[in-house]
Design a protein around this ligand. Structure first.
Ligand code: DMJ
Length: 646
């Protein structure tokens, strides 16, 4: 028997027409999809979501709301380096712009985040489990307990000298002592005001007397507190140090879910906590830093292992490239400025995973072909190739070079690869970038695919100190040459200060169109309390004991007092060439961690944080040299028989 369907008549006998049934089914399936899809957008904490989706099923992509995008994407003034420079320094005037396309979704999805296993009992075997490719990431961070086997007592015995010197670095001559006391007073003033008006926020806004959170730290708070711990400690501001420690203990919440700059979180939070631990032995710092270190690991889950610039600190572990970075690239100064901290994370956790991540970056950079031996600033984390040929020892490139020589020094001069890479980079920089102005000033220009841009950023002024500390270990015939070059660059940077009305230096200065160490663009005239010039004074003082460096440091103190000190703290200024200053209303956390620390060290004896035992990370947080037969062999031999640096 053949049933002949009459047009529009249901065969089911339920009285529905075929077209009606179809519409109904369509509606029903749409509803189911919608409900299920909605689960993805619920916060991780919602129970329903946890019932339906296991952790690893959770979508790696958490696309922020338009609102988020709006707050993250601000108008950017100036050129790309300007964005980056300000970015690195947390410039209040320039806002972040993220590429909202998370491009690491697949890899991120495959990561079994140990966040999800925090409630499990930790065992030493888990801590030692090496990460294989992009998959399992396990550390010793559980329930706030870190049983890493690291012995602080043993570590202290490995130091050649006491960290704070014989007498806390107190200088014998009265004028220097007085100057040092002044710097200490500045620190206390900056701290007290931060405490009064911005406690727990990231930075103080000293004019409006409130706090600033910003969006560089992915919801982490208290950047000024973490950045200040070691400065307070070495200055002997013990009540303040105790307040800071207590805040870390009770209020530093690492379970944030925001998008952070991997670089900034690493240099300020990881660096700050590591130093605080090594200086004081307080376990809380070690616990926090290992927990935080673990949260950063998913950033490396890219096809090449080169991390992207922005990481979600929440459970998704997704990462993004900066929207302004060419073609989804990663920034040399960002992924190249992780080594020191990550090696110490391995030292403390006895988990090689951290060192493996940064050694992988090193391997790639060592192997890749370099135009004229130079390292361009943008690299694709997908292909592992350079994205364009802009080279700079200032913003975007700077601390990569710094970390090469410091990796060598921090390895107790055993990391030969870092040494080779540093000195050949120096050769290329000298051949291609180092210039002499008509007025006889030595400067390091920038390179754009073979064309020189005769500009030097304030950030590039750290290079005087870097070349200075690297002088001793270069080819013997170049030792004096490097010291001279370091002194010349530091002199040029001092000129950029002394040629301004305020005696503070601009964000960038030029050597073309008749300019000599002065800013020619309005947009380059600001000063945001940056440390780099003073940092070079400090190193050059330690290396030469030429009194001019202390004198120059004192000039900077006077200028800071005169132009940057306001009622409730210190503020950056908008134009160093105008003596009627306009303040930017921001006391950067690096002012407390770097600028004031370097000034204090400049007016102290050399045995306060002696360079025989310590290297400073790029945020001026001191990290101890990892000594063979000491830190490494006794405390850090791993289950697989390797040491973290192997
Ligand atoms: C600091 O956060 C670090 O020194 C970084 O390497 C560069 N910029 C700022 C200070 O200027």
């Amino acid at each position: 028997m053949v049933f002949r369907k009459l047009p529009g008549v249901s065969a089911s006998g339920m009285g529905l027409r075929l077209s009606q049934k179809f519409v109904f089914l369509l509606f029903l399936s749409g509803l189911v999809t919608l409900c299920f899809g909605a689960l993805f957008f619920l916060p991780d904490s919602v129970r329903l979501k946890r019932i339906f989706l296991s952790k690893s099923d959770s979508p790696a992509v958490t696309v922020g709301s338009d609102n988020d995008a709006r707050t993250l994407s601000k108008k950017v003034s100036g050129d790309q380096e300007h964005q980056r420079v300000s970015f690195k320094g947390g410039d209040a005037n320039v806002k972040l712009k993220l590429s909202r396309k998370p491009s690491v979704t697949h890899e991120a999805r495959t990561v079994e985040r140990s966040v999800g296993s925090r409630t499990q009992e930790w065992s030493p075997a888990m801590a030692h489990e090496p990460a294989v490719g992009n998959e399992r990431v396990t550390t010793a961070a559980h329930n706030g307990e870190h049983r890493s086997g690291f012995s602080y007592e043993r570590f202290k015995k490995c130091l050649i000298k006491p960290p704070l010197g014989k007498g806390q670095g107190k200088p014998s001559d009265p004028q220097t002592l007085q100057r040092r006391e002044k710097v200490k007073e500045m620190m206390k003033f900056a701290w007290d005001n931060y405490k009064q008006y911005a406690w727990g926020k990231n930075e103080l806004r000293p004019l409006t007397k409130n706090g600033h959170i910003g969006n560089m730290f992915g919801g982490l708070k208290g950047a000024s507190i973490v950045d200040s711990l070691d400065t307070l400690y070495i200055m002997g501001l013990m009540d303040e140090y105790e307040e800071a420690k207590e805040w870390v203990q009770n209020n530093l919440d690492l379970n944030s879910n925001g998008e952070a700059s991997l670089f900034e979180v690493n240099i300020r939070y990881v660096g700050g906590l590591l130093s605080a631990f090594y200086l004081t032995g307080a376990e809380i710092f070690k616990q926090k830093v290992l927990e935080l270190g673990e949260k950063l690991l998913p950033a490396f889950n890219t096809p090449t292992g080169i991390p992207r610039g922005v990481i979600n600190l929440g459970s998704s572990g997704t990462s993004w490239s900066w929207g302004w970075a060419s073609a989804g690239s990663s920034i040399l100064a960002e992924f190249g400025t992780l080594h020191l901290e990550f090696v110490h994370l391995s030292e403390l956790s006895r988990n090689t995973v951290f060192t493996e991540k940064v050694m992988n970056i090193r391997k790639l950079l060592n192997k890749i072909e370099k135009p004229h031996g130079l390292y361009p600033n943008f690299l694709s984390p997908v292909s592992g190739n350079w994205v364009q040929h802009h080279v700079s020892i200032g913003g975007l490139g700077d601390s990569f070079y710094e970390y090469l020589i410091k990796s060598y020094l921090m390895s107790d001069k055993t990391d030969e690869e870092a040494k080779r890479m540093y000195y050949s980079a120096m050769e290329a920089i000298e051949t291609n970038l180092v210039q002499k102005s008509p007025g006889g000033l030595t400067y390091v220009a920038e390179w754009r695919g073979g064309i020189l841009d005769h500009k030097m950023g304030h950030l590039a002024c750290f290079s005087g100190g870097m070349i200075g500390i690297g002088a001793d270990d270069g080819p013997p015939e170049k030792r004096q040459h490097y010291l001279d070059l370091a002194a010349e660059i530091t002199h040029t940077c001092h000129e950029s200060y002394s040629r301004s009305a305020t005696k503070l230096g601009p964000e960038a200065f030029r050597f073309d169109g008749g300019a000599e160490a002065t800013a020619t663009r309005l947009s380059d005239r600001y000063y945001i309390l940056r440390p780099e010039v003073i940092e070079s004074y400090m190193y050059m003082w330690r290396l030469t004991h030429d009194p001019k460096y202390r004198q120059w440091g004192w000039e900077a103190v006077e200028a800071l007092e005169k132009h940057c000190r306001v009622d409730a703290g210190f503020s950056g200024i908008r134009d160093v060439y105008s003596s009627t200053v306009s303040h930017d209303n921001m006391q950067q956390s690096f002012f407390l961690s770097e600028t004031l620390k370097y000034l204090y060290l400049l007016f102290s004896e050399d045995d306060l944080l002696p360079l025989d035992d310590w290297v400073f990370n790029t945020e001026a947080h001191p990290l101890p040299i990892v000594r063979k037969n000491c830190l490494r062999e006794q405390s850090s031999t791993l289950d697989n028989g390797q040491t973290p640096l192997e």
